[in-house]
Design a binder for this molecule. Sequence first.
Ligand code: NAD
Ligand code: IPM
Ligand code: MN
Length: 368
Amino acid sequence: MSNPSLLILPGDGIGPEVMAQVKRIIDWFGANRDLGFDVSEDLVGGAAYDKHGTPLHDDTMAKALEVDAVLLGAVGGPKYDDLDFSVKPERGLLRLRKEMDLFSNLRPAQCFDALADFSSLKKDIVAGLDIMIVRELTSGVYFGEPRGIIEEGNERVGINTQRYTESEIARVARSAFELARRRGNKVCSMEKANVMESGILWRDVVMEIHQAEYADVELSHMYADNGAMQLVRAPKQFDVILTDNLFGDILSDCAAMLTGSLGMLPSASLGAPAANGRPKALYEPVHGSAPDITGQGKANPIACTLSFAMALRYSFDQGDEATRLEQAVEKVLADGVRTADLMGPEDGTPVSTTGMGDAILAALDASL
Ligand code: NAD
Ligand code: IPM
Ligand code: MN
């Protein structure tokens, strides 16, 4: 049988820096666990714009649709701020999500014991935290029509439309309920049904799917603003949080800080299962291209590393190897190895991005 295929898109800013470490980890699994991948690499975001004048070349899009999984670093940066909206780096990522139909974005926020002291919240609020945000990723206000900037009278008007169909809500709800059954069996759905019709429909459809197919799962509802507050007040009340595209974007950055740093949070974006039973899938850290630390060897490669662990689990049926990698990260943190984002100014000397990669590889070696 041929090796599974993996398309790597490092992207911009710290994307290539963190991906360089993950490529070493991928090679480690090939050399030590007989897990070979047919790896190819291409451009996305500003890097693709610089070469092709578009943030995602059609050939790259076609390749992404063919492979078993895509692993992406990050896109964007100030260099591209003044580009026309249609060719901004972020459009490349949004096109990938839309055309691969990756409607279910899994963003786990786990607080490793070794980092419980470092969160901006009190230790007992976050210690042992393990929540999963399921963010709808291919619809809502990110994609709704009409949109644009128009002239009206003597001023400009910016327009975006929040739009959800029943089937779009139903499919992401199912994915949240399925996940909950394999975890703590609880789903909290977040919208603003108090002010938005799309929120009313969201709540109705989630309740219908729950009653008809997942009555064994505990379901609750929360307005998303209260949800944001509850996430920092008492995050351990949650197991799976189900929410729309925009609320999910914001709530997941917020959840990142519960784990200590945005540099810790991985994600998996999954579509419907294909003929081979596997979903189309793209894995990427939740963080962006971090222009403020680009080129300084400061980026934390753990979010991208854990995104590859999610690929092992969800795309390649390698749950045990995913756990091996997650435990290697846990061990490194327990040993006190820290990139700069995981320590205060008084806490000693941080390791570089490569230093963190070295430590994870050493922990993988020790796991054999
Ligand atoms: P950002 O996530 O890039 O950075 C926010 C803060 O977190 C910065 O201080 C940064 O230094 C820090 N940070 C992020 N990742 C880190 C890591 N791995 N290690 C250490 N520190 C880390 O968000 P931003 O500054 O708002 O956005 C910068 C650019 O990235 C924008 O162009 C934005 O559109 C883009 N972006 C891309 C993605 C993506 O590709 N998936 C996600 C978010 C933002
Ligand atoms: C994310 C990012 C993206 C989003 C941008 C870069 C398109 O913030 O993945 O969280 O808004 O979805
Ligand atoms: Mn975001």
